[in-house]
Design a protein around this ligand. Sequence first.
Ligand SMILES: *[C@@H]1O[C@H](CO)[C@@H](O)[C@H](O)[C@H]1NC(C)=O
Ligand SMILES: *[C@@H]1O[C@H](CO)[C@@H](O)[C@H](O)[C@H]1NC(C)=O
Ligand SMILES: *[C@@H]1O[C@H](CO)[C@@H](O)[C@H](O)[C@H]1NC(C)=O
Ligand SMILES: *[C@@H]1O[C@H](CO)[C@@H](O)[C@H](O)[C@H]1NC(C)=O
Ligand SMILES: *[C@@H]1O[C@H](CO)[C@@H](O)[C@H](O)[C@H]1NC(C)=O
Ligand SMILES: *[C@@H]1O[C@H](CO)[C@@H](O)[C@H](O)[C@H]1NC(C)=O
Ligand SMILES: *[C@@H]1O[C@H](CO)[C@@H](O)[C@H](O)[C@H]1NC(C)=O
Ligand SMILES: *[C@@H]1O[C@H](CO)[C@@H](O)[C@H](O)[C@H]1NC(C)=O
Length: 246
Amino acid sequence: MFILFRKHLFSFSLIIICLTNITTLAQPPPFFHHICENKANYTINSPYQRNLDTALSALPTTNSGFGYFNFTTGQLNDRVISFALCRGDLEPALCTNCVNDSIIKLRELCPNQTEAIGYYNKCFLKYSNETRNTNEVALPNLQNTSNVDRFNAALRELMDRLRGEAAAGGPLLKFATGNITGPNFSTIYGLMQCTPDLPEQACSDCLEAAVNRIPNTNLYGKDGGRILQSTCNFRLSAGTIRNGLV
Ligand SMILES: *[C@@H]1O[C@H](CO)[C@@H](O)[C@H](O)[C@H]1NC(C)=O
Ligand SMILES: *[C@@H]1O[C@H](CO)[C@@H](O)[C@H](O)[C@H]1NC(C)=O
Ligand SMILES: *[C@@H]1O[C@H](CO)[C@@H](O)[C@H](O)[C@H]1NC(C)=O
Ligand SMILES: *[C@@H]1O[C@H](CO)[C@@H](O)[C@H](O)[C@H]1NC(C)=O
Ligand SMILES: *[C@@H]1O[C@H](CO)[C@@H](O)[C@H](O)[C@H]1NC(C)=O
Ligand SMILES: *[C@@H]1O[C@H](CO)[C@@H](O)[C@H](O)[C@H]1NC(C)=O
Ligand SMILES: *[C@@H]1O[C@H](CO)[C@@H](O)[C@H](O)[C@H]1NC(C)=O
Ligand SMILES: *[C@@H]1O[C@H](CO)[C@@H](O)[C@H](O)[C@H]1NC(C)=O
C-alpha cells in the first residue's frame, strides 16, 4: 500500500515537472521594447495572415550563419517581409532560441498588426508589408554621467571607430564592440551593428545619424543607453557594467 502510494506520488511529480516545462516553453521572456504599428490591422484568415504565418514559420530556418534571418513572401499589399538579427557574437543555438521566442512573443503582443517589431537584449524581429525603416527608439541608462563634455568626447572617438569597423564588416556581419577610457578613468563600452544586407556606406550613415541624434534624445547626459532601429543600432555603457556589455 505504502509502495503503491509512493509510486503514485512519483508519477504525480513527473507530471508536474512536464507541465512546468511546457509552461516555460510557451512563455518567452518579455521584450524590453516593442512596437505594434497601429496603422493597419490584417483580418483573420486573410491572405496577409496566411503569408505572415508562412513567413514566421520559415524564418527560424533562414539563419545566414551569422545571425541574420530573412524571409519574404506574397505579392503587393499581401507581401510580408520578415527579418531577425541576433547580436553579432551570440552562439547560433541561443540565437535561434531568441528568434523563436521573438516570434511567439510578438504575435502575442501584436495579434492584429500588419507591422511589428520586438527587441530583446540579444536579438530583434520585425515583420511588415513595407521595407521602410522603423522609427528609432532611444532607451537611456538610469545613471547620469559625471562629466558630459568629457564623456561625449570619448564617446565620439569610440563611436567613430566602431562605426567604421561595423560598416566594413562585409556582406555577412556588420558588428563591432569595443571600449575607451571615459571621465574619471571609467571605461565606456560600445556596440554597433547593422543588418548585413545594408551596403557599407548606408550602414555607416545610419550609425552616424543615430549617434548625431544623441543630443536630441533622453540619452544625453546619461552614462549610456541604446538607440534602436530596424537597420542599425548601437548601445553604450560606462561604469555600471564591469565586464563589457552583457
Ligand atoms: C488594431 O487592433 C487593435 C487590437 O488588436 C486595436 O487596438 C487597434 O485600434 C486596431 N487598429 C486599427 C487601425 O484598427
Ligand atoms: C534574404 O536576403 C538576401 C539578401 O538581401 C536575399 O538574397 C534573399 O533572397 C533573401 N531571402 C529571403 C528568403 O527572402
Ligand atoms: C501596407 O499595408 C497598409 C495597410 O493595409 C497599406 O496602406 C499600404 O499601402 C501597404 N503597403 C504596401 C507597400 O503595400
Ligand atoms: C525554433 O523553431 C523552429 C520551428 O519554427 C524549430 O524547428 C527549432 O527547433 C526551434 N529552435 C530552437 C533552438 O528552439
Ligand atoms: C485580433 O486578433 C485576435 C487574436 O488572433 C482575434 O481574436 C481578433 O478577432 C482580431 N481582431 C480583429 C479586429 O481582427
Ligand atoms: C540626473 O540629472 C538630472 C538633471 O541634471 C537630475 O534631475 C536627476 O535626478 C539625476 N539622476 C540621477 C540618477 O542622479
Ligand atoms: C570621480 O570619482 C570620484 C570617486 O568615485 C568622485 O568622488 C568624483 O566626484 C568623480 N569626479 C567627477 C568629475 O565626477
Ligand atoms: C578594452 O578593449 C580591449 C581590446 O580593444 C581589451 O583588450 C580590454 O580588455 C578592454 N578593456 C576592458 C576594461 O574591458
